[in-house]
Design a protein around this ligand. Structure first.
Ligand code: HEM
Length: 421
């Protein structure tokens, strides 16, 4: 049983009864209520390359691409589908642009990506592994036994924030600032994270605080010899050392959000998915060698970033439709990962499924996630350490979901770790 089929009454009825042309999946409320699944199921069947106009005027009209192979076709064609000016449907504000390399095209994208990618490449990951393992152990050993707590806050956020602080060599005692900036950067203005009516203003103020804080760190690192941390790499890298303040902020937000929300929501998703699929959990506990496969399956099942946006650079035919130059295109990874024509039993959480790494969650093409191995490493370590310690984690209530159609995740997951008999 999976969340792809939990609400066959309300959401499914609405999804199938509304006129197709009114169906606009980029509505954060559909994600907060976890009721978007039947909308995508209908689009895959009836209109896989779908035009809709959002009720949010900052989004306007956009295409939704919902089938696996069409998504691949868009993601691997960066000449026709540009990442500039944004990878979310809302355009950047003219007075507050945030240039970042995920929202750039070659050649600038390639040069900036190359500057930071060594931090998440093999040798550095090998050096990080024991650090992450020790921290994961400390977090797990500090959890309450026999009483309810929020897994999101106490484990998922804590572990990913610690890893991120390590990558930046960020002052340890202030590391929760990274969590806040990550949340603020992607939240819509009417998110509960902000005071009502002050979302945009508050967001800007907090991001200015972020760049101010990081500028001090930049100045320190630029004076010192190069070191293997992200700020030092940016400050010394040829393609990045002359960035202005907005580009520095943009790339910081990219690295903070990229490394934080996504992995955090996969860690929470793994606890939820295993608790809803006890037979899969039994398999895992009987054979911890299945952890890497379970990690990939969770990343598919969770799809922590629901979509990426592109903008057509010329008229292009896709699925029998003509996408016009300048049109916005959302590649709905969350839907492609449930495409029944490509993935066997896509709504099942099946930890040892064949071709488990065949999913869209990390994207494809020149922007494919640079941190994918680090994400998988964190997941692998936390589960190795969980299995060593706890025979059971009980989910004791429904999760609360993030109010966003971009970051797909959880704000809360109540759990209890039962005392050993
Ligand atoms: C499960 C965890 C993660 C998921 C699902 C995820 C997903 C993604 C996706 C979908 C993209 C864009 C791909 C495309 O447009 O084709 C991306 C890009 C990126 N990710 Fe991740 N990510 C994760 C973890 C991480 C981590 C741990 C880091 C960092 C340290 C990271 C850093 C980045 C960066 C820097 C980019 C931009 C790459 C480029 O534009 O060339 N991500 N990620």
């Amino acid at each position: 049983m999976d969340d792809g089929v939990i609400d066959l009454n309300g959401a499914s009825r609405d999804a199938y009864s509304m006129p197709l042309e009114e169906l606009s999946p980029a509505d954060p409320e559909l994600f907060r209520t976890n009721s978007f699944w039947p909308y995508f199921e209908r689009l895959r069947k009836e209109d896989p390359v779908h035009w809709a106009v959002s009720s949010n005027p900052q989004i306007g009209g956009y295409w939704s691409v919902t089938r696996y192979n069409d998504i691949m076709a868009v993601d691997t064609n960066h000449e026709a589908f540009s990442s500039d000016p944004a990878i979310v449907l809302i355009d950047p504000e003219e007075d507050f642009p945030l240039p970042m390399f995920i929202a750039m095209d070659p050649p600038k994208h390639d040069a900036q990506r190359k500057t930071v990618s060594p931090i998440v490449a093999g040798p550095n990951l090998a050096a990080l592994e024991p650090i992450i393992r020790e921290r994961a152990g400390t977090i797990l050993d500090g959890l309450p036994i026999g009483e309810e707590f929020d897994w999101v806050d106490k484990v998922s956020i804590e572990l990913t924030t610690m890893t991120l602080a390590t990558l930046f060599d960020f002052p340890w005692e202030d590391r929760r600032k990274l969590t806040r900036w990550s949340d603020v950067a992607t939240a819509p203005p009417n998110s509960p994270l902000f005071e009502p009516g002050r979302g945009e203003e508050q967001r800007k103020a907090e991001l200015f605080e972020c760049v101010g804080y990081f500028t001090n760190l930049w100045n320190e690192r630029a004076k010192a010899p190069p070191r293997p941390d992200l700020i030092s790499m940016l400050a010394h890298g040829e393609a990045t050392r002359n960035m202005d303040r907005t580009e520095y902020l943009g790339n910081l937000i990219l690295l903070i959000v990229g490394g934080n929300d996504t992995t955090r929501n996969t860690i929470t998703g793994s606890v939820l998915a295993l608790s809803r699929n006890p037979d899969e959990e039994k398999k895992l506990r009987a054979d911890p060698g299945l952890i890497p496969s379970m990690v990939s399956e969770t990343i598919r099942w969770q799809t922590p970033l629901a979509y990426m946006r592109r903008t057509a650079t010329r008229d292009v035919e896709l699925g029998g439709k003509t996408i016009r130059k300048g049109d916005k295109v959302a590649m709905w990874y969350v839907s492609g990962n449930r495409d029944e024509t490509v993935i066997e039993r896509p709504n099942d959480y099946w930890i040892d499924r064949p071709r488990v790494r065949q999913h869209l969650s990390f994207g494809f093409g020149i922007h494919r996630c640079v941190g994918n191995r680090l994400a998988e490493l964190q997941l692998k370590i936390i589960w190795e350490e969980i299995l060593r310690r706890f025979p059971k984690i009980e989910v004791t209530g429904e999760p609360a979901y993030v109010y966003s159609s971009f970051v797909k995740g959880y704000t809360r997951l109540p759990v209890v770790i039962p005392a050993r008999a």
